[in-house]
Design a protein around this ligand. Sequence first.
Ligand SMILES: Nc1nc2c(ncn2[C@@H]2O[C@H](COP(=O)(O)OP(=O)(O)OP(=O)(O)O)[C@@H](O)[C@H]2O)c(=O)[nH]1
Ligand SMILES: [Mg+2]
Length: 442
Amino acid sequence: MSENDTIAALATAPGEGGIAIVRISGPEAEKMLSALVPASHAWESHRMYYGHAMDQGEILDECMAVLFRAPRSYTREDVAEIHLHGGAWAARSVLSALYRRGVRAAEPGEFTRRAFLSGRIDLSRAEAVMALISADGQRAARAAVRQLEGGVSAFIRSAQQKLISLLSGAAAAIDYPEEISLEEAAGQLEQGARRLADQLESACDERGARIAEQGLEAVLCGRPNVGKSSLLNALARQERAIVTAIPGTTRDIVRADVMIAGLRVHFSDTAGLREGADVIERIGVDRARQAIAGADCVLTVLNASEPLTDEDRQLLRDTENAPRIIVLNQCDQTLALHPADFDRPVTVSALTGEGLAELESRVAAFGAGAGESALTQQRHMRLAREAAQCLRIAADACANGAPVDLAVIDLQQALQCLGRVTGEQVDEQLIDEIFSRFCVGK
Ligand SMILES: Nc1nc2c(ncn2[C@@H]2O[C@H](COP(=O)(O)OP(=O)(O)OP(=O)(O)O)[C@@H](O)[C@H]2O)c(=O)[nH]1
Ligand SMILES: [Mg+2]
């Protein structure tokens, strides 16, 4: 794959839509634009023109077109965009006319890859572009925008500077032992390395990053017939799970996705927990237990109109150490349970909708702060942890009286890890791997 030929792709999502944008990047972009959108004017950069996309004397579509001259463009090359009416045909015809003229079809992520290779954005920003495209909630999008604006780059740069100053302190002690004693240097290095390792580790919030990106897992559990399925339907605002007055109605896990305050929440309704059920229901009960164990938030549902049963008490004990909310359902009926007897319960009625808004905000509270740590991408967090580990090895070596030069090797390794986050130190294979996850046209 040559890096300086001219490439083109559909930049908007395929299918029906208001407009379809064909994007062209490379040295031939202006020539191709002039060939496909004949005009009597010269193409002024960054200006939108009205015209017609033409091929072999035939009008393909009415269009708007714009040229971004290098280096003020997405890729830093000449970039042209032809905005056509949405729908497959016009865009496909324009693209095939371009390919016939020798333009190459862009690989997934190739425009962003060029932006990276030309030095316009670093690797963490390129990854942010992809994260933003795939973000489906406000949380995930906000984290991606922060990264796109250089939040990750700034954090990594400041960590690199601290590391470099540790390294230069060590180098000074090695070169001028008469001025700085090696013990003193080792002491400073140890302290500084531990502090930086702490900072790097606290910048990684894996749970929060997962919740922001993929959503919060909330599981409804309780004995049969307390109203779990009814609650799921009320929260989802649609009839997802079957509701009947027969205990043991739900056997498999039923899921519903709900957006609460910009956070995606995956609610799972489970089989009512009880002993001695039939084979199918027992499997359901096992699945329910597994779901509870993996949940970010457990809704322990009780029927407020009935006194507690042994099963309820067992469930309250089983979920005691889980991130849980006690839900007293069926509050539209005469209460047999007193909210004051429970730890911060939410009183609701799946039937009337009472208390549901409070329940939602209590659930969303389990996602508070999600996606707000300095690093939110798996690759970045892995590298930051690796760097922190190298720093701790260096600090331990200093504490054990090892020569300072030895610690320097670990510090340099930590520096390399950080360089891989922003892409100063990357190999071709990693770049290929990252950009191949993009969609075509980005
Ligand atoms: N009055 C009243 N009835 C409710 C409420 N929630 C559920 N019910 C009724 O309680 C019965 C059981 O409801 P489900 O939602 O199927 O209960 P479940 O916990 O999913 O039961 P299993 O699937 O058997 O474990 C149904 O007849 C519902 O109509 C409520 O808030 N108020
Ligand atoms: Mg049910």
